[in-house]
Design a binder for this molecule. Structure first.
Ligand code: PMP
Length: 381
């Protein structure tokens, strides 16, 4: 539920942040009040917190149809991505130093890969088709004996393109030393996903009704990975530090709700997306960059002759929140993701993103369109 003080705002940036579920907030407060001990401490208050952490791992594992020891609570998907990529690269450096990725990765993935490249790893970036999906034949052709990791964003945050994770996973069967990392941050709670297609999977609480600062890394039990955060044994060998029991509890609660409500919410968002697309398609000079096959939560677009940042600022001045690129990107450069699809620098500079959720209303979409028309009138060259 959006706070009343925001009642006049039209919030269309759910991909950047989703308001927390009330239950996730309540559970956080109750857990923090109840768990006074450090889950790593050897006394009854510590044991209470540690047992609770274990039961939260079990709950999250149950929703994700996996094992509790495969669940690593983190501070968010950026940490999960860093842990998986550096951890797997480091653990398999004796096998090789070749990694394959896509141009639609979040900066918390591409940033790790740039850092590894500077340390001598070789990174290949796949091309994408007109609908943004990777070319699986090209992936097959690029795989080699020293490839240790393929990293794929299941749904990217700028365009909403869904990657063929199952087909990529199938290709890797022939390469037992190569691990598959999937950034499922924008997929979880939207579409069904079988984690077992991958070796490591990142999630973030605040994208599905949990709290900011909570995340999860799923790691297949057999996958070798060195920890990123060292400091002795904790709730997981792979992530030291005092476990954030309240955040883990809020994440488990939000995950259960997001999964239970997933299909109904998806249908609602799909119908809102149709309404928005149909209205925008009637307008001159509007380019819809997200393919029809994208998740309906994300619609990337641009208006000829108006920079994405200028459109976003004009909307902001009228009480509408949208984003240009993902919130974690450098703002002044053209969108890397839109360029990868369109090969058009101008369109990449003009692009911006509307993102919807089950909380969006039809009235908000209609009001957004009216405001959109007014801005086009004012800013069009
Ligand atoms: N991956 C993707 C695809 C994302 O959209 C985001 C958040 N924008 C992240 C990773 C990073 O998530 P967090 O904010 O939890 O670190």
């Amino acid at each position: 539920m959006i706070e009343e003080s925001w009642a006049d705002m039209i919030y269309l940036d759910y991909t950047a942040n989703m308001p927390p579920e009330e239950e996730a907030l309540q559970v956080f407060l109750e857990t923090e009040r109840r768990c006074i001990g450090n889950a790593n401490a050897q006394h009854q208050a510590g044991r209470y917190a540690s047992e609770l952490m274990h039961s939260l791992s079990q709950r999250a594992a149950h929703v994700l149809q996996s094992k509790p020891e495969e669940v690593i609570f983190t501070s968010g998907a950026s940490e999960s991505n860093n842990t998986a990529i550096f951890g797997v690269a480091q653990a398999s450096r004796h096998v090789g130093r070749h990694i394959i990725t896509t141009p639609l990765e979040h900066p918390s993935v591409s940033g790790c890969l740039t850092a590894l490249q500077e340390r001598g790893w070789e990174i290949d970036v796949l091309d994408v088709n007109r609908d943004g999906t990777i070319d699986v034949d090209q992936l097959k052709a690029l795989l080699r004996r020293d490839t240790v990791l393929v990293t794929l964003c299941a749904v990217d945050s700028e365009l909403g393109v869904m990657q063929p994770v199952a087909a990529a996973s199938e290709c890797l069967r022939a390469w037992p030393d190569c691990r598959l990392h999937v950034d499922a941050t924008q997929l979880i709670g939207k579409r069904p996903f079988d984690l077992h297609l991958a070796d490591t999977v990142s999630l973030s609480g605040h994208k599905f009704g949990g709290l900011n600062g909570s995340g999860l890394l799923w790691k297949r039990a057999e996958t070798a990975m060195e920890p990123l955060i060292h400091g002795g044994a904790s709730a997981s060998l792979y992530r030291s530090g005092t476990p954030a029991v309240g955040l883990a509890a809020s994440l488990a609660a939000a995950l259960e709700i997001a999964m239970a409500e997933r299909d109904g919410r998806y249908e609602r968002v799909a119908s809102l997306n149709r309404r928005l697309r149909d209205a925008l398609a009637k307008r001159d000079g509007v380019h819809l960059h997200s393919p029809e096959s994208a998740v309906p939560h994300i619609l990337n677009l641009g208006v000829e002759g108006i920079r994405g940042t200028a459109f976003r600022d004009a909307l902001d001045a009228r009480g509408v929140c949208v984003s240009v690129k993902s919130a974690c990107s450098v703002e002044s450069t053209p969108s890397h993701a839109v360029y990868a699809l369109t090969r058009n620098r101008r369109q990449a500079l003009e692009s911006w993103r509307v993102s919807l959720s089950h909380m969006t209303t039809e009235a908000e979409i209609d009001e957004f369109i009216t405001i959109f028309d007014g801005i086009c009138e004012e800013l069009k060259p």
